[in-house]
Design a protein around this ligand. Structure first.
Ligand SMILES: [Zn+2]
Length: 857
């Protein structure tokens, strides 16, 4: 059978609109029969009809008269108006449908019943059948009545011409596709993709050139019918799909980029009337072909919502030009076209209606409205639909309907949906039906659960920040542009840590411990602060009280706190995104623990775990928080380093480890890797977990470890943590430690809420030591009278010298850091101090002058 002979074939099952080939796009001229209706509708309903009664596609209501419209405009009639018409003319023209059974002839050359290719020829039939069953489309079979105006109007598909295809693809590409028709099934099977070949994820058949041409031609005709006003909008049920086909490559089941070809064909044919085209791609895969075709065209806006998985989801990259995946949010278009390429790259599978709605409301519709397109084309893949195994997402038919509904508000309703992917026959049929119904004028079904996921919000906000550079409707603006090149700008987390260092030094004599890291970032300055006594003449200036400040090297309890940076709460300017300092608050709850510990004779090592490590070259860009696993690994290394160099060799009587979030992970990892050392020295491990994975402490070789951890730990988990939804929460195992569900949600609130309980436990743990030591205590002197060196005396600049002088082990303070030589240096909290330096001062502490003049009673 010759597939091009359609004489005895049911090609389109029913009515067909008169060929679009012969219809000219014209505005009604005054005096013509349609003109009166046009005016009436535009005045009365406030909306310009595309094709009122043109080609017989008439109103659903009737009797619209000009004088009625004039009555409506009378300002005196402000009382409720009686209904003027029996039915509202909500649909002024039909919805078009392209469906041609011959597109099913592109099949696998050697089909395998048991392993059907997902791009199944039955896909388009499933959709068409669903349309018929839903009463949207009419077919000869099984129906006595003819098609009506309330059915979709059929549009003939045709072959796309070489000239049309080459608007997007190279001649070489066209020629290569044509050669397939002369090959046998065996030859084609042999040509199929091998790993690393340019022919990526396609199958070939002798009918492929014909079907691909029909698919592209169907897309063109659907768009033309809409532009010509023959239908108000159209659905092209076509295959093979097109959005992965690149200029010179077939790819991802695609041969010709149908949507892009239709776009360029319409731009060429209709000129100024179709200058700007908006392509919305909701296929679960990134439309790499469409992006490539219009990347430097300011008149085509391409917005794609797709699963990206950090570039690990199809289409990952390109063999031909060795490029990486380019579906990320940073690909925004080139030159004058900057901003007309918008990628919304989901981080994971499992995205649903709420995230799509959020993206539409925050990014898609604002940008599209500002772009003001003349035609909207949906690259309508339904593989993000619930039930699709390739996409593994959960967009419901109602979700698709709502997206369609929003898109119908653009371009005076000129909307064409062209099928792309979608591999579950039920899912695509249901979804396509919902889209078609909406296009025909039916309101979308109600949506359930409109709460976007945290990950979805992150992605959408990231896109918004990037695109705010190009679109005047998007706020807040990305401030990194304003900051670029400003001198003296510094990340706030570096500044805050310096402030912490200053106050901890000022109030508790805490100074940095030297940490050797290969590449010491600014973020590691002041990262580890410890209570200590300087073995310098500075001690001479101290009172008796100060001299018995607990030292991390001394034989006293040692509290090591590994904590998140302080929380900063701010209400940013809604327009600029800038933070005003008067609207910004900093809460450093950890300090209440430091304060308590020092007052109760605990030595303290305070470890700040930055959420982002400042690199030398990222001075002004927005930075994402570093990955939790990475931060936990870093924190574990740091804790191990501290233990080896500052804890193991010293005399602390009790070691208490306290960690928030990644600090919790670091503590558990450290204990698991150092079972014996940890069990011998750690008295208590306290964890606060808000938004990181919750870890258990179990050893493959030591059964007692979990038991020991249970009796030695206190673990508080945020009330909102996912753990409480897991099966582990039903009966919590000992290896998770002594777990409590906090009534609070954030680290700051949890730290405050459980402070009394934790501190009471720590006092109990150290009670014996305390009883023994109290006897030796000398009453403190009049500490309040001691005048502290002003803050300005401290050197607070980044200690680059530490980085450049890195040595392989902790080192003592440089000789000469002496108060008598330079107050600045001696008092600097940035001096590296030596773990092996004797802890006792060399000189007996002597009251300073002020104290001797005011002797204590
Ligand atoms: Zn897809």
């Amino acid at each position: 059978m010759d597939i091009k002979d359609t004489s005895d074939m049911l090609m389109h099952d029913g009515d067909v609109l008169t060929s679009t080939e012969v219809t000219q796009f014209t505005h009604p001229s005054p005096g013509s029969q349609n003109y009166q209706h046009e005016i009436a509708v535009s005045k009365g309903v406030g909306r310009r009809s595309q094709s009122l009664s043109r080609n017989g596609a008439g109103l659903k209501g009737s009797g619209l008269k000009i004088q009625h419209c004039n009555d409506l405009l009378n300002p005196r009639l402000d009382r409720p108006r009686p209904a003027k018409y029996a039915r509202l003319p909500y649909a002024t023209a039909q919805t078009g449908l392209v469906y041609d059974v011959r597109m099913r002839f592109h099949v696998e050359p050697v089909p395998n019943e048991k392993d059907m290719h997902p791009e199944d020829p039955r896909r388009i039939h499933a959709i068409f059948e669903a349309f018929v069953h839903a009463g949207l489309a009419w077919t000869k079979t099984g129906s006595e009545d003819g098609p009506t105006k309330f059915h979709m109007g059929r549009i003939d598909a045709r072959q796309a011409t070489k000239e049309e295809v080459c608007l997007v693809h190279t001649v070489k590409h066209w020629d290569w596709v044509q050669t397939l028709s002369s090959k046998t099934a065996e030859e084609l099977h042999g040509m199929l993709q091998h790993a690393g070949q340019p022919m990526d994820s396609v199958y070939l058949s002798p009918n492929t050139p014909f079907c691909a041409g029909l698919s592209a031609g169907g897309a063109i005709e659907a768009c033309r019918a809409v532009m010509l006003g023959k239908v108000k909008n159209a659905f092209a049920v076509i295959r093979p799909p097109g959005h992965h086909a690149e200029r010179e490559d077939v790819k991802g089941f695609c041969f010709y980029d149908n949507v892009s070809i239709a776009t360029k064909a319409c731009q060429r044919e209709f000129g100024e009337k179709c200058r700007k085209v908006f392509i919305l791609d909701w296929d679960v895969h990134h439309g790499n072909g469409i992006q490539q075709a219009h990347y430097d065209d300011p008149n085509v806006l391409y917005i794609s919502l797709h699963v990206y998985l950090n570039g690990q989801f199809y289409p990952e990259g390109s063999f031909r030009d060795r490029r990486q995946a380019y579906g990320d949010h940073l690909h925004c278009g080139k030159g004058a076209a900057q901003g007309t390429n918008v990628n919304v790259p989901w981080k994971t599978h499992g995205v649903g209606d709420a995230d799509y709605m959020y993206a539409f409301q925050q990014v898609v519709m604002p940008i599209a409205t500002e772009f003001a397109p003349d035609l909207v084309i949906i690259a309508a893949g339904f593989d993000a639909a619930e039930g699709d195994v390739l996409g593994d997402c959960f967009v419901t038919p109602a979700g698709y309907a709502h997206m369609t509904h929003m898109l119908m508000s653009l371009a005076e309703g000129r909307l064409v949906a062209c099928l792309e992917g979608g591999y579950n026959l039920d899912s695509i049929a249901r979804s396509a039906c919902a889209v078609a119904r909406t296009m025909m004028g039916e309101p979308p079904d109600r949506l359930h659960n409109l709460k976007p996921s945290n990950k979805g919000v992150d992605v959408v906000k990231r896109v918004l920040r990037q695109q705010s550079k190009f679109w005047s409707c998007l706020y807040p603006k990305d401030i990194s542009g304003h900051l670029a090149g400003l001198p003296h700008s510094e990340r706030m987390h570096d500044i805050v840590r310096k402030w912490q260092a200053t106050t901890l030094w000022d109030e508790y004599d805490m100074a940095p411990l030297f940490i050797h890291k290969e590449q010491l970032s600014k973020s590691f300055d002041n990262q580890v602060l410890a209570t200590q006594v300087f073995p310098t003449t500075y001690v001479l200036l101290r009172t008796l009280a100060d001299s018995r400040r607990p030292n991390y090297m001394a034989a006293c309890p040692l509290l090591i706190i590994l904590h998140d940076p302080p929380e900063v709460l701010a209400s940013p300017d809604p327009r600029t995104g800038k933070l005003e300092l008067h609207n910004t608050w900093l809460t450093d709850t950890v300090k209440t623990y430091v304060d308590w510990a020092v007052k109760h004779d605990f030595a303290v090592i305070d470890v700040n775990l930055p959420r982002h490590v400042t690199a030398d070259d990222d001075d002004t860009e927005h930075e994402e928080t570093d990955n939790v696993d990475y931060r936990t690994r870093e924190a574990t290394q740091l804790l191990t380093y501290l233990w080896d160099n500052y804890v193991e060799i010293n005399e602390s009587s009790h070691v208490i480890l306290m960690g928030t979030n990644t600090g919790h992970g670091a503590i558990v990892n450290f204990i698991k890797a150092n079972e014996e050392r940890a069990q011998a020295r750690v008295t208590r491990a306290v964890s606060y977990v808000e938004d990181v994975p919750f870890q258990s402490c179990k050893s493959a070789t030591n059964e007692d470890l979990a038991k020991w951890y249970f009796y030695s730990s206190l673990v508080y988990i945020s009330t909102l943590h996912n753990f409480w939804q897991s099966e582990y929460a039903l009966k919590i195992k000992k290896r998770f430690g002594r777990v409590s569900r906090s009534a609070e949600a954030s680290i700051s609130d949890m730290l405050l809420e459980h402070k009394d309980e934790v501190t009471a436990t720590l006092l109990r743990d150290t009670a014996a030591w305390r009883a023994q030591n109290l006897a030796q205590h000398v009453e403190p002197g009049n500490a309040e009278l001691i005048r502290r060196p002003p803050i300005g005396n401290f050197a607070l600049s980044p200690s680059k010298n530490i980085a450049t002088n890195s040595i392989s082990s902790p080192r003592p303070p440089a000789p000469g850091n002496d108060a008598s030589q330079s107050g600045r240096q001696a008092k600097s909290p940035l001096i590296g101090s030596a773990p092996k330096e004797p802890s006792a001062p060399k000189f007996a502490p002597t009251p300073r002058n002020g104290a001797s003049q005011n002797p204590a009673p």
